[in-house]
Design a protein around this ligand. Structure first.
Ligand SMILES: C[S@@+](CC[C@H](N)C(=O)[O-])C[C@H]1O[C@@H](n2cnc3c(N)ncnc32)[C@H](O)[C@@H]1O
Length: 253
């Protein structure tokens, strides 16, 4: 089979052939930013995927090889921050919760990507960490970290996934997924479903995502409906060079 290696080496948004949608994304990016470096463009390209699962899968499959170096270049600290938040999650107001500092708890890293969160959790001593993502390319990278037990690709967090039972995990973490062009705020429901009562759902919301969606309204509604209780909230915490994120630790009711 003929493989055009130069073309294959190009990043998705740089390809001249076939991937016309990537070309369109790049043009859209140039319209919204004056900064032009590869890693920044790659992140911006992901922000205009409109929550379309097929496009997201394709984009991340192709980005997987360069993802870690690109986000590192943009000073992405979300994974470390969210892992710290999980490890420190506790209540002292009468709510019965699982001890998140216990390194034996069962954790799901939802939207695990290449495994950056799993790596930090492993360094902290957590050894029952599973991961899932839409993109097999990203999951393949996560597999090579050795930080996860079970990894699943093709999991769409905007739906109910048969691969996971109700109340399966002690904690579910989700970093970098509640971001522009990815999932709607209501994807929280699937994270809540698969987490045990008393367990933790810990998520990041990129600031511009929070500002442009009804995340707060959804969060308030789920609390009023008795699904979760927000126990820990960090406003504008460290995330990536361009902007911060809000972090949320919910106890599942
Ligand atoms: C910015 S990356 C974050 C990856 C990793 N959590 C991290 O912090 O490096 C976003 C990830 O969310 C995944 N994703 C986007 N939409 C998704 C969905 N509906 N269901 C599952 N994963 C999704 C993408 O495939 C991608 O791996």
């Amino acid at each position: 089979m003929f493989v055009n290696t130069t073309e294959a080496r190009r990043k998705p948004w740089q390809r001249k052939t076939k991937k016309s949608s990537f070309q369109q994304l790049k043009i859209m990016n140039q319209a919204v930013t004056t900064k032009t470096n590869d890693s920044f463009d790659a992140i911006k390209g992901a922000h205009v995927l409109s929550g379309d699962a097929e496009k997201i899968q394709e984009y991340y499959d192709q980005w997987a090889a360069d993802y870690d170096s690109d986000v590192s270049n943009e000073e992405y600290t979300g994974p470390k921050y969210i892992a710290d938040l999980l490890a420190g999650s506790k209540t002292n107001n009468g709510l019965k919760t699982i001890d998140a500092s216990n390194r034996h708890i069962q954790i799901l890293d939802a939207g695990c990507g290449t495994g950056l969160v799993g790596i930090v959790l492993k360094q902290k001593g957590y050894h029952h960490v599973d991961g899932c993502d839409l993109s097999e390319g990203m999951v393949e990278k996560a597999r090579s970290t050795g930080a996860y037990n079970v990894l699943e690709s093709g999991i769409d967090l905007t739906k109910i996934n048969e691969a996971y039972e109700d109340n399966q995990y002690d904690a579910t973490v989700c970093c970098g997924v509640f971001t522009l062009g990815h999932v709607p705020p209501t994807a929280l429901l699937e994270l809540i479903r698969i987490t045990k009562p008393g367990g933790w759902v810990v998520v990041s919301t990129r600031k511009s995502y929070y500002d442009s969606t009804n995340f707060q309204e959804v969060c308030d509604r789920y609390q009023q409906e008795g699904k979760v209780k927000l126990v820990n909230h960090v406003k504008d915490g460290p995330y990536i060079a361009e902007e911060g994120a809000h972090y949320w630790a919910f106890a599942v009711c």
